[in-house]
Every structure is written in structure tokens, then in C-alpha cells.
Design a protein around this ligand. Structure first.
Ligand code: AMP
Length: 474
């Protein structure tokens, strides 16, 4: 049996691995750890769920460990390793893992992403961190504010590089990479290898990086059973509810499932509909603030939410342990999203189920998925559902649908930035201002001047002239 001790990792890293309960390295870890330990560049094709975070995280910590120190001076804790990720959720997750792996060392690690208050992040950066995980946009904000700099970075990781390209982050990434010394070590991970990714690797990595593919390119994990159900468009919600209520353990309701949809509006409405029929559901999409997304995710992880309805942008990279099932309520517009979606289940060797609802309109999209994943689906007709269940849901389903695009994601980020907490809204200039003791006034206040000019003097004059009435101003 292979073990982590074969990699020459520091005992302080090995103790963290033991605490995490990792018993043996996963295939990507077997291949990537020795290369990264030797200082080589890596282009890795690995889905989330294969253990790729540890495959770069463990050797990365090992390589910068000689810089570790307990000094309080920020200057002694410059950023040595930078990990860029496309979404806040993934950034958070990667950073949590890195923090856990480095817990027995004095190395500091931190994370920055948009959609939340920038100040605590700036404070953290100013105190100094050796390992920084970041989304590109927010990192640039910090760099502009000079909260940190990247001149001491030795290792850069581009995680889910394909998604970063999809989301239009290429210019941001290029700007960031220009600020990092050229003799750095670079690691790039992507669930799929497209032409664009190969081009990016050419510019970003040193020549001849080690290419590591744990599953065949664009392949879905073998541990996932994939089902495609033929449905009529108007029956989709009914079929979904039927699956959710009957396909859990012992034909009981499902306890933890992500339902993927293509549009935010479907996401919101479907979550509401499920709630209405007694299923604990929440929605996670690009319009939600970071706080709302985290609440939904926490509820899902804690088991109070059984069904998370999600769009692709919001759900990328979510690491939810042992997710037994994902359902594609909509067939994804982009075949590669199918690979990502079903990669949420069947992780780290566990068995998973991926069900997709397909209407006759989806034939072209299904063809594209079959071509990409080199398999052919057997489409199964669904059993008829009760008329009542159908009529209950029908009115919920009509509306214009709009895909959740990177632009939406950015707009949501801006909205989150502009968010004012309730405690600071509607400030009344008098009642919400703290009471301040007034200094005794030596000069005559302005109101007295006005009173004298407008009222008292004309009145005195009027009295002398025999008591004319002077109209008083209010
Ligand atoms: P990742 O692909 O990095 O998102 O990892 C997926 C999940 O597998 C995470 O929850 C990791 O903590 C876990 N994991 C990573 N490496 C191992 C390992 N060698 N043994 C068991 N679990 C692991």
C-alpha cells in the first residue's frame, strides 16, 4: 500500500494529513506530489473531488517551509505561494484545506475574494501571509491598494483554469502574473483540456511542464452511475419531486442532493416550489450575496437543507463530502459543465448517482455531452405521474429564462460590494448621531442675527411709528 511517507514531506505536514484522516494518496497525489516537490511545473487534468488540492497543497507547503518563522513583523511574512481560483466558494474551500495542512507549521495562510467587506482582508494581508488563496478581481483590488505585493512569490497555482477562462478572467490573470517573478514554479489544474487551456499553459508555464491526467481527458468518474430520463417539458418538476421523494435510501426521500438548473430564475422558482411541497430546499445562484450563499451551503452541509438548487457559476468547486446524487433538472448548455456538475458526486472513490432530465428539445446538447465524455446514454422513459402532482406544479414553471453568465456574477459582486448592513441604513442625522456636549457659545448664533434683522428691529421701528403690523416669517 502506498503511503504519504514516501514523499519526503515534513513530519509537521504528515501529522496534519493523519489528522485529516487521509490514509493513502489518491492517483493525482501519487503523480503530482513528487513533481511539485522537485520544483517542476505541472499541467494537471483532474476533476474536483480527486484530491487535487492536496496534490499541490502538500508539496507547496513543503517547498516554502524553510521560510516559516514566528516573527511578528509583517515584513517577515511575504506571500510565497499564490493560488488563484475562479469562485469565492472554491477559494474558501482551498484555503481551508491549506490552512489545515499547514496547521502544525508557523506558516500563515489566508484567503481573499469579492462580495464581502474588503477591510478585514486588507488587515490580514498587511499582517502578512505566506500562502494566499484569491479570486483574481479582489486580489487586484488589494494590489491596487498596496495591501500586499507579489514580489516574493515562488509558487503560483491556477486552480480550475478552464473555469477562469470561461468567466473571462484571462486579462486579470495576466496582470497578476506580470507582478510575480518569472523564475517561479507554476501549476495549472483544469477539469478539462481545451485548446484555450493548452494555449494558456504555453504562456503561463515553463516549457515542457509535466502533464498529469488522472482520468482520461473530459471523462466522467467511473464511480458515478449516469441516468438520462426522457421527460416532457411540462412534467419536469413533477418528475423531479417524484425522484426527490422516493429515490433516497430504502425508497425514502433523498437527504442530500444538488439539483442543477441553467437559469437563475428557474433556480429561485424551483427552490420555492420544492419548499411548498414539503422538501427542505434552498437556492444558490450568482445573484445571492456571499453571506446568503454561505448560509445555504452551511444548511446543506449540516443536513437542515436537503436539496440545493444551483446554477453552474454558483456551484463550481463546491466540496461537499459524500454527495450521493446530483440531478440535472436542465441539460447544461455547455457539455463541459456536465462533467463539472456530475463531478460533485462519486468523489474520492465513493459511489454516486447522476440523473438528468432530458426533453426532446435537448437532443443536440445530449449529443455534445456524449461526444465529449465518449459514451452514449440510454434514455429511459419516466413512469407516469399523478395528475394532482402535475397540476400543482404547472403554474410555477412558465417564465423567461436567462443563463447565469459571468457578467451576472460580476454584477452580483458589485451589488455585494455596495451592500450596506441594516445597522448603517437610514441614518437620521439627529437621532443617530451620538450626543456631544456643546461648548458655551461666545458669538451670537446665526438664528439670533436673523431674528434681530428680520423681526425685532422692524418691530421696534413699527412701535415708534404707531404700531404697524409686521408679517412674521416662519
Ligand atoms: P479535492 O479534489 O481537492 O477537492 O478533494 C476532494 C475531497 O477529498 C476533499 O474533501 C479532501 O479533503 C479529500 N481528500 C483529498 N485527498 C485525500 C486522500 N488522500 N484520502 C482521502 N480523502 C482525501
Amino acid at each position: 500500500m502506498s503511503s504519504f511517507s514516501q514523499f519526503n514531506l515534513d513530519p509537521r505536514i504528515l501529522s496534519a494529513i493523519e489528522r485529516m484522516g487521509y490514509q493513502e494518496p489518491t492517483p493525482i497525489q501519487m503523480e503530482a506530489i513528487p513533481v511539485v516537490m522537485n520544483g517542476g511545473d505541472v499541467m494537471g487534468a483532474a476533476q474536483t473531488g480527486t484530491g487535487k488540492t492536496a496534490s499541490f497543497g502538500l508539496p507547496l507547503i513543503s517547498r516554502i517551509l524553510h521560510h516559516a518563522n514566528t516573527s511578528m513583523s509583517p515584513a517577515r511574512h511575504p506571500v510565497r505561494a499564490l493560488i488563484l481560483t475562479p469562485t469565492r466558494e472554491l477559494a474558501d474551500q482551498v484555503s481551508k484545506n491549506l490552512t489545515a495542512y499547514a496547521a502544525d507549521t508557523p506558516l500563515r495562510s489566508g484567503v481573499v475574494y469579492g462580495g464581502v467587506d474588503i477591510r478585514p482582508q486588507s488587515d490580514m494581508l498587511r499582517r502578512g501571509v505566506e500562502i494566499l488563496t484569491a479570486t483574481p478581481g479582489r486580489l487586484l483590488d488589494h494590489l491596487e491598494q498596496r495591501a500586499t505585493n507579489l514580489s516574493q512569490v515562488e509558487i503560483v497555482v491556477l486552480d480550475e483554469a478552464d473555469r477562469m477562462l470561461d468567466m473571462g478572467f484571462l486579462p486579470d490573470i495576466s496582470r497578476i502574473l506580470k507582478l510575480i517573478p518569472a523564475n517561479r514554479q507554476s501549476l495549472m489544474f483544469s477539469a478539462t483540456f481545451s485548446e484555450d487551456i493548452t494555449k494558456l499553459a504555453k504562456n503561463f508555464l515553463r516549457p515542457n511542464p509535466t502533464v498529469i491526467e488522472v482520468a482520461r481527458q473530459n471523462q466522467t468518474a467511473e464511480t458515478v452511475t449516469q441516468e438520462v430520463l426522457q421527460v416532457l417539458d411540462r412534467e419536469k418538476t413533477d418528475v423531479l419531486i417524484d425522484i426527490l421523494k422516493t429515490r433516497g435510501e430504502n425508497n425514502q426521500p433523498m437527504q442530500q442532493v444538488i439539483v442543477f438548473v441553467n437559469a437563475k430564475v428557474t433556480c429561485r422558482r424551483l427552490a420555492r416550489t420544492l419548499e411548498r411541497v414539503g422538501i427542505n430546499a434552498d437556492a444558490i445562484h450568482g445573484d445571492k450575496t456571499q453571506e446568503e450563499r454561505q448560509t445555504a451551503l452551511d444548511g446543506f452541509k449540516a443536513g437542515t437543507i436537503h436539496v440545493l438548487v444551483a446554477t453552474d457559476v454558483a456551484a463550481r468547486g463546491l466540496d461537499i463530502k459524500e454527495l450521493p446524487c446530483v440531478i440535472n433538472y436542465d441539460v447544461p448548455f455547455c457539455a463541459e459543465d456536465y462533467v463539472h456538475r456530475i463531478g460533485r458526486t462519486g468523489r474520492a472513490g465513493a459511489h454516486g448517482l447522476a440523473v438528468m432530465l432530458a426533453t426532446s428539445e435537448d437532443d443536440k446538447l445530449i449529443d455534445a455531452i456524449e461526444k465529449l465524455t465518449k459514451q452514449s446514454f440510454t434514455q429511459v422513459p419516466t413512469r407516469p405521474l399523478s395528475r394532482r402532482a402535475r397540476s400543482e406544479m404547472r403554474h410555477e414553471r412558465e417564465s423567461m429564462e436567462r443563463p447565469d453568465t459571468p457578467e451576472d456574477e460580476r454584477a452580483a459582486r458589485d451589488r455585494a460590494r455596495a451592500y450596506v448592513p441594516p445597522s448603517q441604513r437610514h441614518r437620521d442625522p439627529i437621532f443617530d448621531t451620538p450626543y456631544r456636549e456643546r461648548q458655551p457659545q461666545r458669538t451670537k448664533p446665526e438664528e439670533l442675527h436673523v431674528f434681530e434683522r428680520e423681526v425685532r428691529k422692524p418691530r421696534q421701528l413699527a412701535a415708534l411709528l404707531g404700531g404697524m403690523r409686521i408679517p412674521l416669517k416662519d
